[in-house]
Design a protein around this ligand. Structure first.
Ligand SMILES: Cc1ncc(COP(=O)(O)O)c(C=O)c1O
Length: 336
């Protein structure tokens, strides 16, 4: 495949096709492949009017020996089942979800970037309600698709820490709302705040709990992690944040590195306990946070540079993903 592997961004590039499974009459169809990425959808489809949609994001990596593996697809399957349940959708069972991910990579093997480029194949599973209706009730038919695209590494030339702004005008998720679910509506609701922050020069937004505006919830599209000055890994305990698979993996690696790992409420007024702060997620693994601005006050971490603990965690996880270090927790699912 003749692609400029070194300079991939995060665009959707044409590939060999997508995989698709349809749900009707109480059962899922077989997995099938479609070349086209356009959908033939009735204009009355539930997803278009009432937003029955949830999605996932995961990656496939190529090792030095050329082996291709998915990273923890079982976790994405479980999270989609939980997201779907929250908005009354039918989700593919875990095994079917994983088979579909494997198929999506198999038919697009030549789009998995070569080892050493730092790039990977991004998979975007999407589930939508397709029944045509004016009534507000769950759809009885669903379509599940997986699109893929090769994507570049976030940090080609080393980390670039970013400045974060605490969002005070809009909430991300209400208590008992959908913050824990990867449902499409959460992301539409986050656009305005993100745009306003960008205009002020902040590429990333930090949300507080919407009940009290006191505790840190998470960044717009990633979890909050902090390393304290006495070397503890702390991440918020909140019912309104997405259960990040990257955060789960990093917590394990942090424990292995001898750090104490805590999930607890973090008061926004206490962020100065942290020596290092990061935003973690599938896309970048860790985005170092140079500073957090709240009520016009800025707290800077590690002089605005990436700290050694986050750097070490990032390198360790990446080494496992690319097969440079043993997969000691069985996180990789190989593609035949
Ligand atoms: C709101 C939100 N939080 C956290 C994450 C990170 O989750 P993961 O590590 O599973 O990619 C994402 C990305 O999926 C997200 O959209």
């Amino acid at each position: 495949m003749d692609l400029d592997w070194e300079n991939l961004g995060f665009d959707i590039l044409p590939t060999n096709g997508v995989v698709r499974i349809d749900y009707a009459n109480g059962q899922w169809s077989d997995i099938y492949v479609e070349k086209e990425t356009s959908l033939n959808l009735d204009m009355g489809a539930q997803v278009l009017h009432y937003g029955q949609a949830c999605f996932e994001g995961l990656k496939a990596f190529k090792s030095q020996s050329g082996e291709i593996s998915l990273f923890r697809p079982d976790m994405n399957a479980k999270r989609m089942i939980s997201s779907a349940d929250r908005i009354c959708m039918q989700a593919p069972p875990e095994e079917l979800f994983i088979q579909a991910c494997q198929k999506a990579v198999e038919i697009n093997k030549e789009f998995v970037p070569p080892y050493g480029t730092g790039a990977s194949l991004y998979l975007r599973p999407l589930l939508i309600g397709t029944e045509s209706m004016f009534a507000i009730r769950p759809s009885s038919t669903y379509t599940f698709i997986i699109m893929v695209s090769p994507v570049g590494p976030y940090y080609k030339d080393g980390f670039s820490p970013v400045e974060a702004l605490v969002m005070e005008n809009y909430d991300r998720a209400a208590p008992c709302g959908t913050g824990q679910s990867k449902v499409a509506g959460n992301y539409a609701a986050s656009l305005k705040g993100a745009e306003e922050a960008h205009k002020k020069g902040f590429p990333i937004v930090l949300y507080l709990d919407s009940a009290k505006g006191q505790y840190i919830d998470e960044f717009g599209t990633s979890n909050f992690i902090g390393i304290t000055k006495d070397n503890k890994y702390i991440t918020p305990q909140s019912a309104s944040i997405l259960q990040s698979i990257t955060n789960d993996s990093l917590r394990q690696l942090a424990r292995d590195m001898g750090l104490e790992v805590l999930r607890q409420n973090i008061e926004i007024n206490n962020v100065n306990i942290f020596a290092e702060v990061g935003a973690c997620g599938t896309a970048a693994i860790i985005t170092p946070i140079a500073s957090i601005t709240y009520q016009d006050k800025k707290v800077v971490f590690n002089n605005g540079e990436v700290g050694k603990t986050l750097q070490a965690l990032y390198s360790e996880l990446q080494a496992i993903q690319y097969g440079d270090k043993p997969d000691r927790y069985g996180w990789l699912v190989s593609i035949c």
